[in-house]
Ligand binder design. Sequence first.
Ligand code: AMP
Ligand code: MG
Length: 460
Amino acid sequence: MTKQSYPSPSLPSRSSRSLLSAAISCVSDYDSDALPVSHAQAIIRDCITPIHAIEKVAIRTALDRVLAIDIISPINVPAYDNSAMDGYAFHSESLCADGDTLLSVIGTSHAGRAHQGPVAPGQAIRIMTGAPMPDGLDTVIPQEFVSAFNGDVTESNDANGSSQLPRSKPFITIAAGAVRAGANRRLAGEDLQAGAAALKKGRILRPADLGLLASLGIAEVPVQRRLRVAFFSTGDELRSVGEALDPGCVYDSNRYTLYGMLRRLGCDIIDLGVVADDPAALEIAFKSAADNADAIITSGGVSVGDADHTRQMMAQLGEVAFWKLGMRPGRPLAFGTINSSNKPAVFFGLPGNPVAVMVSFYFFARDALLHMMGAQPAPLPLMQVTSASIIRKKPGRTEYQRGILIRHESGRWSVRPTGAQGSGILRSMTEADCMIVLAHDQRDVAIGDQVEVILFNGLI
Ligand code: AMP
Ligand code: MG
């Protein structure tokens, strides 16, 4: 495997920086008490530019990485005409239109070991799945659709043309109409033609893609270098796992959920721990994060009520908008850039409450980070299922409720919320297997109404 590094990115570019200023200032034109989720998502998307840093890796290492170029197939797939079945290959013109067809079997074509020599009309060869079709043969009949038998034949095949003793030779008969001309043959290039696009730039490579690359004989591919994301938790009340839990304190769980979500996205992570609500400590943490990372994620200290230095420090060290979003959970969100000595880093200041952190990450940071990675992910599918519960919902905000899917005997699915939906109840996230997404204008949901859900898990 060769590893090639390309120049470090500068983030965001000059033009996106001014875009960011414009985006941030234009937000003041909106109801600052309820910036719609879709609007905030659009602003973030407009401000994000992909990093330009590529490395070449062996295809196994490319799993879950973002493909940095279009892959053009260097060969036809399949590379040659071959059989789709175990059976017998022959010329379709040998088929009798109105009766049984009798063919003599003169050889065998195995996958990797082709039959050599011509096959005349009236003749067939035994052929295995994937074995090359001899030149001129266009049809394969599966072995279970023929009658095979040995017949006594007399052939004159010695050098003098003199007659030989009769010997046993295999034949097959094919019933009229048992097979169509051209059946069960896979044509060269029918899956992918040489020169056609096999995989598109921006794709996050999945197991099937690794197989496809291997099937094209490609051993290494250029991928985007991993995104570096620094994160820390803010709050004087936070204690790290392993420390004693002093009165009035809580264990810091956000760094663990963030760790999990960032790892799942394939980021390189820089965990800067818990940072107290102290200007000097915050400044050091932010500067170190901006120096070393493409993006910074913090939790806590962005709510209006926060009598802390965190907001001030964010505003002082970069260009940051503090939003109050029309959503639940996760109303406050800070977004912008934090400057370091040489470059700005994209910044997400997530709320402190553990569920709000996860929801804000999934519905704001995730998409932005994927775009910074150069990925072009399809939007997350929203599935419609029936609500098994009454769900109270006020219009004017998007709600992300934690849901549990229920499979009914009929095969249909419904969903119910996990119970109390407080933004601090992390247990509700572990119990849930989906998010119920209640759109901005949605009102109360009755039992039997359709609601949209996003599943947590899929095939991997
Ligand atoms: P804040 O957004 O800083 O006002 O925090 C809101 C709530 O989330 C408070 O109850 C905090 O104690 C809690 N919280 C903040 N950060 C964390 C964290 N890292 N882990 C667990 N709870 C947190
Ligand atoms: Mg706080």
